[in-house]
Design a protein around this ligand. Sequence first.
Ligand code: GDP
Ligand code: MG
Length: 397
Amino acid sequence: MESRGTKRGAGKIEEAEPWNKLLLPASSLPTDPALYVGPFPFYRRPSELGCFSLDAQRQYHGDARALRYYCPPPTNGQSPNFDLRDGYPDRYRPRDEEVQERLDHLLCWVLEHRGRLEGGPGWLAGAIVTWRGHLTKLLTTPYERQEGWQLAASRFQGTLYLSEVETPAARVQRLTRPPVLQELMYMGYKFEQYMCADKPGGSTDPSGEVNTNVAFCSVLRSRLGNHPLLFSGEVDCIDPQAPTTQPPTCYVELKTSKEMHSPGQRKSFYRRKLLKWWAQSFLPGVPNVVAGFRNPEGFVCSLKTFRTMEMFEYVRNDRDGWNPSVCMNFCAAFLSFAQDTVVQDDPRLVYLFSWEPGSPVTVSEHRDAPHAFLPTWYVEAMTQDLLSPPKTPSPKD
Ligand code: GDP
Ligand code: MG
């Protein structure tokens, strides 16, 4: 997306004086899919830099203790019969969604590993650090017609950090979430419990609690165009039988969806859901998504594996389908827009990028609370590094 100048804002900025054009970053970014049609941009094969886990109390651990193992039911001609409502609500411990964690757990990992990141000294200073889920939202933006988003951005020691802010509309939706939707969220996690064991070769235990505080997160390195990326995403499980045991290739994403009975239902599934599934798994290089299809009674009676790299085939010939190039080109254009906008290096300065369907992405500037999101413990530890350069490691290190 080098020709940003022609693709961006057909508005007033085009009539500005040449000096104005050269010195001022664009004030908005359009999201119309037609503007992002083109060759697929460069996307480095994602490699895993490390991982971390969050426990039942949502406490961080710099290891894989929360990783679970893919354990599908035997394929002996019988269909599965998973009751996704079982245990609701008595064996459900939902995460407290009022707690805004922002990038904190990922920053904890970065702090712990900053001295030994691959890519050499200075790699982090040129990178963008964020959650996989935030990038997923960027990828699907050109096709999204319902939910807007806000992303806060700060530059610190060169690195650009992106952290989502819950929009007022999303907050209202969350606080007024109808009981059926709350139960549907539980059902998605319950499916994971039916499909995963705590140990390789172990068995599943659907009698236990569903605690959504627990998470295993992979930390990945990639690059989109000229934007080096360090991001983390929650991984559902590892397949101990996968052809390669090298992450992220051995990871499996689990999803549930309504059973489909008509061509119209299938078309809508391919257009909407597969786009989200593709974006989420393509980014970290997770090769397979295993879907459990639930009937109206909430039982999963069939499973289907979708290969991430083949999902586009379902919409390739659909005029109203999605196009992976458009998703990735838009994401690259947004990252360039953000890089050009967030020029000052200051962890207390925040640029808030806001988007609503049908409009371009706009940006506003903020200082300190409530939008500043880089925690003091992170900024101070990283600043100490610059004041006292690392000593020669002792033999014990
Ligand atoms: P996803 O792709 O949307 O599932 O999000 P990520 O994999 O990037 O998850 C990043 C972190 O955010 C992990 O610690 C998740 O447990 C957490 N997370 C995932 N979804 C949500 C959510 O809806 N709300 C909040 N507050 N955190 C979430
Ligand atoms: Mg999942």
